[in-house]
Write a protein that binds this ligand. Structure first.
Ligand code: HEC
Ligand code: HEC
Length: 311
């Protein structure tokens, strides 16, 4: 060991200092590690407690219709939004849990839907641990919701891809040969599904409307209800997002179709955007047509995507 350049005494004190600081940082690290371990243990215990005492009502795996209370994921989100600060969060949730009362409840919608949570007894110190856990630890998302979001994203992708092809075909047809020839281009069945659409994304895709041109595209009563919801959202200035439904015949995604200026020459007001002579021709092809009188940014109909099992 090359100790020669440093005098022995100095070397020793240096060594001492070094090992002292090493020891100190080691100790600090060890205690931090221990702290973290204790915290993790406490959280694991609380998680177990919630599982045995709360999840019978607050289950995140129960379906929408089977649930007896909102899942903790939603509760945590509501509380964090209202009380981002830990102290305020703790105070509000603790006071509710000690004495659940309607006017103390943050989630009035849940109270109306499920009724008020019954008062429970908590072992000493347990309430503090629960509230800390719900503040600190991200809660699992309701499972059916996760699947729906994924399916909805896929359905949206598919609807947009189809819309793009449709729009492009329509535009080219209108430019090349005018609207008389473009007539058939607004028919989805005339469009071959592109690769991106057919890649295992869905069983089928169709369009429906509550004012259909082709009677085959008429919306069912169930679909009309969804259209009505989209229309209300649009009228309130929101952008309708789309919806998922599980029916006996399969899982379906619904995605709104909104008009733009290009649509009006075939779906607008007769004599204005929609040429009367042209409409006479159109009417020959579609004697039962109802799909006129639209303006821009209105709900024309929706895509109905039947999702494949892989969703
Ligand atoms: C018997 C069913 C049931 C059990 C068991 C239950 N809850 Fe609830 N809980 C509800 C219902 C119903 C609501 C929604 C209505 C409300 O807010 O009172 C609710 C709401 C809550 C809320 C939100 C209150 C608010 O501000 O609106 C919290 C927090 C909560 N529960 C925590 C717990 C915890 C923690 C446990 C277990 C120690 C638990 N619950 C056990 C039924 C239950
Ligand atoms: C060149 C004329 C033309 C243009 C432009 C046009 N459409 Fe159509 N549209 C039609 C025809 C024809 C049908 C009937 C297709 C069929 O037989 O399925 C139709 C059907 C539809 C349907 C299916 C429901 C129904 O009424 O049968 C929707 C939804 C639709 N169009 C939306 C639009 C939108 C949105 C635009 C603008 C982006 C648009 N269309 C532009 C001619 C047109």
């Amino acid at each position: 060991m090359p100790i020669n350049p440093i005098p022995m005494k100095k070397y020793l004190s240096l060594l001492g200092l070094l090992s002292l600081s090493l020891m100190l940082s080691c100790n600090q690290q060890a205690s931090e590690k221990q702290e973290a371990k204790k915290e993790a243990l406490k959280f694991a215990k609380t998680k177990g407690y919630l599982k045995n005492n709360c999840l019978s009502c607050h289950s995140e795996t129960a379906g929408e219709g089977e649930r007896l209370a909102p899942p903790f994921f939603a509760i945590r989100k509501h509380y964090l939004k209202r009380y981002p600060n830990e102290e305020a969060f703790t105070k509000a949730m603790k006071s509710f849990l000690l004495n659940p009362q309607k006017d103390h409840a943050l989630m009035q919608g849940a109270v109306d839907k499920f009724g008020l949570m019954p008062p429970l007894n908590y072992p000493e110190g347990q309430l503090e641990d629960i509230v800390e856990y719900l503040y600190e630890v991200e809660q699992p998302k309701p499972q059916h919701k996760v699947a729906s979001d994924k399916s909805l994203a896929k359905a949206k992708k598919m609807a947009l891809a189809t819309k793009k092809v449709l729009g492009k075909n329509l535009m080219t047809a209108l430019q090349d040969s005018g609207k008389y020839h473009a007539l058939s281009f607004c028919n989805v069945r005339a469009i071959p599904l592109t690769d991106s659409m057919s890649q295992n994304l869905a069983h089928s895709i169709k369009r429906v409307s509550d004012k259909a041109r082709n009677p085959n595209n008429r919306a069912s009563q169930f679909e009309r209800d969804i259209l009505a919801q989209f229309r209300t959202q649009l009228e309130n200035g929101e952008e309708p997002e789309g919806q998922i439904a599980k029916l006996a015949s399969g899982d379906y995604a619904y995605y709104p179709i909104i008009t733009n200026a290009m649509c009006l020459q075939c779906h607008g007001e007769i004599g204005k955007d929609l040429d009367s002579d042209f409409y006479k021709e159109l009417k020959k092809l579609y004697p039962q047509d109802e799909a006129i009188g639209y303006q821009t940014n209105q709900l024309r109909g929706m895509w109905v995507v039947e999702l494949s099992e892989s969703n």
